[in-house]
Design a protein around this ligand. Structure first.
Ligand SMILES: Nc1ncnc2c1ncn2[C@@H]1O[C@H](COP(=O)(O)OP(=O)(O)OP(=O)(O)O)[C@@H](O)[C@H]1O
Length: 288
C-alpha cells in the first residue's frame, strides 16, 4: 500500500432511522481530492469518520496504514491528522495565537519555543500574522475560518481533512488558500469538501461526488466534466426541455440537457458534469 493512503470499505453510518452513508468504498492517495455533493449528501459524515471524530456503524477503514477503529490506531492517526470541522466552535476569548498555540499543546508539541514557532508559521500561512494578537470574538467570519484552518495545519500533518474550507473567504483569501493547499498536496493527502466546483477545478487532482450517502462518481475533474460532453449548448433563448439554462454575461443562454440537432455545442465544465450526474439520477428515480 502506498504512503498517504486512505481506504474505506463498505462504510455505513446511520443517525437513528436516517442513513447518512451507505456502503461507501473509496481509496485515496497523496494529492488533493475534492468532495462534492448536495446538502445532506453525507460529506460531513464521511469527513468525520476519516478524522476519527465518529465511528462508522458498518465497514472498515485504513488511514495511513492504521486502523482508527481501535483505540491505539485512533490515537496514532490523530497525531498525523489535521481536521477543519464544519463548525469549529473556536474559544471566543482566546487570541488567534493563543488558540493555535493551545492546539500545539494538544498535538503534543512539548517544547514551548518550537510550539510558538509553529504557531507563527501556520498563522503566517493563512495570512493572519498581523491579527494574531486579536481575540477570536473580534475577528470577522472569514478570519475565524482561517484561524481554524491554521489550527488544522499545526504539526504539518500528513493527512488533512477540511470541511468546506473556503466558506466565508473573500476572493483574495480564496486564492491564497488555493496556493497553500497546492503546496501541501504534493506530499500529503488532502480531502476537502466544498460546494464550489471552481475550487475543485483549480485545486483537485481527484473528485468524489456523494449523493444520498453513496459514491456517485470518483475520478479526475476532467472526467467529471466529460460526463457532460455533447450536452451543453448555447442558444439565443432558453431551450425547451433543458434540465438547466441560464443567461451568461455575454447575453446567450447556456443550456444543459439533450441538445436539439445542429445545436451550438459548448465545452463542458465540472459544474455541467456534476449537474447532469445528479439530475440524471433524479430523472431515473422519477421514471422508476
Ligand atoms: N447528528 C445528526 N443527527 C441526525 N441526523 C443527522 C445528524 N448529522 C447529519 N444527519 C443527517 O445525515 C445526512 C448527512 O448529513 P451530512 O451533514 O453528512 O451531509 P453534508 O453532505 O455534509 O451536507 P451539507 O452540504 O449540508 O453540509 C443528512 O440527512 C443529515 O440530515
Amino acid at each position: 500500500m502506498g504512503t498517504g493512503q486512505v481506504t474505506l470499505t463498505d462504510i455505513g453510518v446511520r443517525y437513528g432511522r436516517r442513513t447518512a452513508l451507505r456502503d461507501v468504498s473509496l481509496r485515496l492517495g497523496r494529492g488533493v481530492t475534492g468532495l462534492l455533493g448536495p446538502n445532506g449528501a453525507g460529506k460531513t459524515t464521511l469527513l468525520r469518520v476519516l478524522a476519527t471524530a465518529s465511528g462508522p456503524d458498518t465497514g472498515t477503514l485504513s488511514v495511513l496504514g492504521l486502523d482508527p477503529l481501535t483505540p491505539a490506531g485512533r490515537r496514532a492517526v490523530r497525531r498525523r491528522l489535521g481536521h477543519l470541522p464544519q463548525n469549529p466552535g473556536l474559544p471566543a476569548h482566546f487570541t488567534a495565537f493563543e488558540f493555535v498555540d493551545y492546539v500545539g499543546i494538544l498535538k503534543e508539541i512539548g517544547d514551548r519555543e518550537i510550539r510558538r514557532t509553529e504557531a507563527r508559521r501556520v498563522l503566517e500561512a493563512v495570512g493572519l500574522t498581523a491579527d494574531r494578537g486579536r481575540r477570536i470574538r473580534k475577528l470577522s467570519g472569514g478570519m475565524r475560518q482561517r484561524v481554524a484552518l491554521a489550527a488544522a495545519l499545526v504539526g504539518d500533518p500528513e493527512l488533512l481533512v477540511l470541511d468546506e474550507p473556503t466558506v466565508g473567504l473573500d476572493p483574495e483569501q480564496r486564492l491564497r488558500f488555493r496556493e497553500l493547499v497546492t503546496g501541501l498536496g504534493d506530499d500529503r493527502t488532502v480531502l476537502l469538501s466544498t460546494h464550489q466546483t471552481e475550487d475543485v477545478a483549480a485545486l483537485c487532482q481527484n473528485v468524489v461526488v456523494l449523493d444520498h450517502g453513496t459514491v456517485k462518481f470518483h475520478g479526475t475533474p476532467a472526467e467529471l466534466a466529460l460526463l457532460a460532453r455533447g450536452r451543453v449548448w448555447s442558444s439565443g433563448k432558453r431551450a425547451d426541455g433543458a434540465l438547466a439554462a441560464w443567461r451568461t454575461g455575454a447575453g446567450a443562454f447556456r443550456n444543459i440537457g439533450t441538445p436539439p440537432t445542429g445545436a451550438d455545442l459548448l465545452e463542458p465544465t465540472i459544474e455541467d458534469g456534476y449537474l447532469l450526474l445528479l439530475d440524471g439520477d433524479r430523472e431515473g428515480a422519477d421514471a422508476g
